[in-house]
Design a protein around this ligand. Structure first.
Ligand SMILES: Nc1nc2c(ncn2[C@@H]2O[C@H](COP(=O)(O)OP(=O)(O)O)[C@@H](O)[C@H]2O)c(=O)[nH]1
Ligand SMILES: [Mg+2]
Length: 455
C-alpha cells in the first residue's frame, strides 16, 4: 500500500495563507483527527470538494488555527488518491506543527515532486504534462508560462501519442496478418505502410525542429550587449534588468565576465548578456573577457552594439559594429543622448557603413529603453506555436524520427515488412518513453526529483 504523504505546497512564510496537502489512503482518516469542522459532520462525512471552516489542532490536541480545509476523493484529486488540503494562516510555526501532527498519525514527508509522480502513476498526467508542471513553476516570462500551459494541456503529448498510435496500428496489422493466416484479414498494404511512415516522420521532425525555438522560450532568447569600454553597456544592462546587477564605473575595463539576466520584454523572455568592452589590453583577465564577448556576439540570437554618441567613433567602436553586423539580428544603440551637444551623431550614417538591423538613440542612465525593449520582444518565437521545451523529449523525438526514417528508406527500397518494421517498433518504444507509456521507474524518478517539495 502506498504511504500517505504530507508537505507544504505553498511558498515562503510568513504569508497570508499557506497550503498543506495530505495525500494517500490514510489522508481522510488522519484529517478527521486533526481538523474539526465548526458545523456539521467531519470531513469524511461531508460533501467532497466543498471547503469547510473549522479548528485545526496540534499533536497535543490544542487549537492551532481556525482555517479552511477541503477533501478531494481519489477520482477528482490531482494525485489520483484521497487528498486533503488545509489552508491555514501562512505561519512557519503553524505549518510545522500541523505537519508534526500529520507525521505523528502515520503520514510521511513528501519527497520533491511526489504529488505529481503519483498523479503520473495514476494516469492523470503523461510525462510531457508532468514536465510541463515543472516548466510552468519555473517560467520566467508570460510566453514561457503560456508554452508550458499549452504542454500541460496535452498539446505535445497528444501529438506524439497520435504518431505512436498510427505506427502501432501498422505494426498490429502486420503481425495480425502474419499470425492469423486463415482469418479474413486485409493483406498488408506496402503502399499504405510507406505513407504512414512518411507522415509520421514529417510530424516528428516538425515537433523536433520546434525544440530550438522552445528552448528560447524556456531559457530566454540570448542577446549580447557589446561595444567598446565605457560606451555604457553595463548601464544599459542594468536599465533593462531593472536592477543594479552589473558594476558601472567610469574606469574602462570594469566588466570582464559575461553577466546574464533573463528579463521579460512585453511578456517575452529575453536573456541579456553584458560583456567586456572590446579593446586591446595588457591584462590577462580582460583579454579573456574580450574573447568571451566576441564568442557571445557570435552565439547570441541577436546583438546590441552600444556606442557613446557624445564622442567621435573610434577604431574600437568600428570593430564592435563590424562584429554586430555579422549577426543576422542586430541593433545599434547610440548612447548618452543626454550629453549630445548641438550636433547629435547620425545613426543613419553609421548604418550605411555597418548594416545593422535597426538603431536607437537613447540615454541609458535616464532609462529611456522602451523602444529598444519593444524590439527585443520581437525576437521571441510566436506565442501560438506548439513547442517542445524539454531536452529529454527532443532527444527521444530525434531518435524516433531517425528510426522511422530508416524504416521508410528500407520500405522504399522494397525490403520485406518484417525487416523494416523492427525499426518502426523501436520508434514506437521511444515515443512511449516521451509520454511515459514505456518509461522506466528510473526515468520517472529522475524527472520528478527535479520538482519542488509539495508539488
Ligand atoms: N551621461 C551619461 N553617462 C552614461 C550613460 N550611460 C553610461 N554612462 C556612464 O558611462 C560610464 C561607463 O558606463 P558603463 O555602463 O560602466 O560602460 P561599459 O564599460 O560599456 O559597461 C559610467 O560612468 C556611466 O555612468 C548615459 O546614457 N549618459
Ligand atoms: Mg561594463
Amino acid at each position: 500500500m502506498p504511504s500517505t504523504i504530507a508537505a507544504c505546497s505553498s511558498g515562503p512564510m510568513p504569508c497570508a495563507i499557506a497550503i498543506l496537502r495530505l495525500s494517500g489512503p490514510e489522508a481522510l482518516s488522519i484529517a478527521d483527527r486533526i481538523f474539526f469542522p465548526a458545523k456539521g459532520a467531519p470531513l469524511s462525512g461531508g460533501t467532497p470538494r466543498v471547503m469547510r471552516y473549522g479548528r485545526l489542532t496540534a499533536k497535543d490536541g490544542a487549537l492551532l488555527d481556525l482555517c479552511l480545509a477541503t477533501y478531494f476523493p481519489a477520482e477528482s484529486a490531482y494525485t489520483g488518491e484521497d487528498l486533503v488540503e488545509f489552508y491555514p494562516h501562512g505561519s512557519q510555526a503553524v505549518a510545522a506543527a500541523l505537519l508534526e501532527h500529520c507525521y505523528a498519525l502515520g503520514a510521511v514527508p513528501a519527497p520533491p515532486g511526489e504529488y505529481t509522480r503519483r498523479a503520473f502513476l495514476a494516469g492523470r498526467l503523461d510525462l510531457t504534462e508532468a514536465e510541463a508542471v515543472a516548466d510552468l513553476i519555473h517560467a520566467q516570462s508570460e510566453l514561457g508560462a503560456k508554452a508550458a500551459a499549452a504542454q500541460l494541456s496535452g498539446s505535445v503529448g497528444g501529438r506524439i501519442r497520435a504518431v505512436r498510435e498510427d505506427v502501432l496500428a501498422l505494426l498490429a496489422h502486420f503481425y495480425a496478418v502474419c499470425d492469423y493466416t486463415d482469418e479474413d484479414l486485409a493483406p498488408f498494404d506496402y503502399e499504405n505502410a510507406r505513407s504512414v511512415l512518411k507522415h509520421a516522420v514529417e510530424r516528428l521532425t516538425a515537433l523536433y525542429q520546434g525544440f530550438q525555438r522552445g528552448r528560447l522560450v524556456r531559457e530566454g532568447v540570448p542577446v549580447a550587449i557589446i561595444g567598446r569600454p565605457n560606451s555604457g553597456k553595463s548601464t544599459l544592462f542594468n536599465a533593462l534588468a531593472g536592477a543594479e546587477r552589473a558594476i558601472v564605473t567610469d574606469e574602462a575595463g570594469t566588466t570582464r565576465d559575461v553577466l546574464e539576466q533573463v528579463i521579460s520584454c512585453g511578456g517575452a523572455p529575453i536573456r541579456i548578456l553584458d560583456t567586456a568592452g572590446l579593446r586591446e589590453s595588457d591584462s590577462k583577465a580582460e583579454r579573456i573577457g574580450v574573447e568571451r564577448a566576441k564568442e557571445a556576439a557570435k552565439q547570441a540570437a541577436a546583438v546590441v552594439c552600444v556606442i557613446d554618441g557624445s564622442a567621435p567613433l573610434s577604431d574600437e567602436d568600428r570593430e564592435a559594429l563590424a562584429l554586430a553586423a555579422q549577426n543576422s539580428r542586430s541593433a545599434l544603440v547610440v548612447n548618452k543622448a543626454d550629453l549630445f551637444g548641438e550636433s547629435p551623431p547620425s545613426a543613419e550614417a553609421i548604418l550605411r557603413d555597418y548594416p545593422l538591423t535597426t538603431a536607437f538613440t537613447l540615454s541609458a542612465v535616464s532609462g529611456q529603453i522602451e523602444p529598444l525593449s519593444a524590439w527585443l520582444a520581437t525576437l521571441a518565437p510566436a506565442p501560438r506555436e506548439v513547442l517542445v521545451t524539454s531536452a529529454r523529449q527532443a532527444r527521444l523525438l530525434e531518435q524516433a524520427a531517425d528510426d522511422l526514417r530508416c524504416a521508410l528508406e528500407s520500405a522504399e527500397r522494397g525490403m520485406t515488412a518484417d525487416a523494416f518494421l523492427s525499426d518502426a517498433e523501436r520508434a514506437v518504444n521511444t515515443l512511449g518513453q516521451i509520454t511515459g507509456e514505456t518509461a522506466s521507474a528510473d526515468l520517472a524518478h529522475e524527472i520528478f526529483g527535479r520538482f519542488c517539495v509539495g508539488k
